[in-house]
Design a protein around this ligand. Sequence first.
Ligand code: GLA
Length: 724
Amino acid sequence: MISYNKALRLLTLDNKRIGYAVYVNDAGYLETVYFGKHLASYADFSCIRDGKGYATPVYDAAAGEEYFYADGFKADVAPLEISPHGVWDKRGAPVIVRGANGSFETDLRFVSVRRIGGCHVPEGLPHVHGEGETADITLEDKQLGVRAHLYLTIFPGQDVIVKSFRIENKGKKAVRLVRAMSMQLGLPRSDYDLVHFCGRWAKERDYCCNRIHDGVQEVSSNLGRSSAEENPFVYLKAADATWDYGEVIGFNLIYSGNFRFRVLHGTYGGLHILYGMNDEDFEWTLAPGAAFETPQAVIAYSAAGVDAMSQAFHRFIRENLMTYAGNCDYKPVLFNSWEGCYFDFDTQLILSYIDDACKLGTELFVLDDGWFGARNSDRAGLGDWTVNREKIDLHRVMAHCRERGVKFGIWFEPEMVNYDSDLFRARPAFALGWGRKELTVGRHQFHLDFANGDAVEEIYRQMKAFLDEYPVDYIKWDYNRTVAEHVSAALPPERQGEVYHRLVLGYYSLLARLTSEYPHTMFEGCASGGGRFDLGTLCYCPQIWCSDESDPAQRIDIQFNTSLGYPLSCIGSHVNDSPVASYSAKAALALFGTYGYEMNPNKLTEGEMAELAAMAQVYRDYHRDVIEAGTLYHLRAPFAGNEMCMQCVSQDRRASLVLFMNKLKTPDKFRFLPLKGLDEKKRYRNTLDGAVHTGEYYANVGLNLSQLWMDEFSYRLIILTEEA
Ligand code: GLA
């Protein structure tokens, strides 16, 4: 898949689906000459490379001569893999190092390239796995004494390239990294829309689509987490692209902290893209001999529209990112206590919840916030992870679940501390920002200083003690505030620029340790709903709570948009008590995710229970093959009209689930819904009208939804199964 033609100085990555070509020019810079569909031959790259016009002139100080860069290289125009910094090219470098002399100049040039089997493993960071092949390109700035590795990985059968850098200080003095992004990409075209997903609490991942304009556009977070305000998943959609036509390039970062996606439409045309950790307030000291690894960036390529890009991410995330040793291949039907009783419960109430939850087909019962320390409201208790035995008899609760064949899970918020807690009283300096006169609080809590290994160790000790006494099947790992004062009392002044990144490393180290020591406990990510929905978290948590908003009025968009970049099987989705839609409509929506409940089950009528239990059965029957392993098509986008429709087709194309939902009430109208992904020759019975048609019929004529009056947030869930 990877080859380097020494004569042409051309590196190619090609897996018969996509291709990527890098030319090492005479000056030692890496020119990205091609990224796109697989090509039969890369020998003739000269037509792709711009060799015309004036090359950049340079003066050789030693020889006292002015000359032009060879092969027509225009230093500020050519698409590069890594732009230098502090020289002619001002478009933006992914890596900037301040040398021992204080200069910002960073000019990393090609030394060598080698092919390695498999993927690069960046130490301390979540990463991709599997049968990839990696080009390890060594670059060097001799004056700076810095060496860098650029890793480019390609995988068989995946429309994805993974990129990252490793920066090594080979000199005798310390240097300071002031930018360490994961990738640069140059594109020769600029007529794209930039799609990103901004939002806020309970309105995560709104669809934002803007035409690329002159100058810089940026999608970023500086909140300390990947955030509800912007998600690290973004894509560029060619101006003429549709759901199944045209070029679409998706980007994501395997990282849960501050990120920055920056695209420059330069004065000379084309796009210059940088993606990686946000460099705001970033500064990392590299001692002689030390190395720094950037998170990995994932780029998905589609020549066939938005859905193929989305499917490329789904497949890749499932097969090369979410790889667990544990018991996570089936996501059990989950009942969560939070919206049913909040902090207000006792053992008896929870036992009654479990009994009723069982009638809904629950397979995993989760006791949410409020079981530990002095936690009877959000004002106290975070940091004290011991069971409040006066409030809840957890052994009894777990035994009750066991007797009913139901798994048991519990809520934690490991990275936080309330100022009203024993931990804070004993170790105030564990609070991030400690030492300042004023500390901002979010939900009456501070962020723990996870840049301090002792704070991480203390939380590990407490969680381990809990898990050894209560071997739970599941942990919901919450994170309910953003980082404000990014000052660590544990780090010296010259290392305060490391705080943001060290917080994320602390998060990963604790998560990695617990997930490997308790492989049979499934972890679900969460951050005030979906405020940390990212690929870093997904490396450890096979599902993430999508949003605190389960009301279809908002949820339709949140779930649909999330599914553009992330597989449905990782999207935590619950049926709750919100009044806008029926239980069954909410359940149908939750089926297109990991199905669960979150309400007071004691209040449900027998009829509602039966209806929900029937939906749980649909989940059990179809989740694994159709939703989890199948292919997702986005048939109607809620951001583009009154209807939302998603369709999943199993890999063997023997079964399919279609969810059609409308927002505003619509009177009867002539409405046919063509389907996708079915086998043209196979015959399928559908549960809408019981009729049997061929895949060809469904693709071209469609399901007939014409006779249906649709109220607000009413839905049709249609199952298609192959007729023998
Ligand atoms: C966050 C989560 C909720 C719930 C509460 C508990 O808001 O998103 O699901 O766990 O915390 O405090």
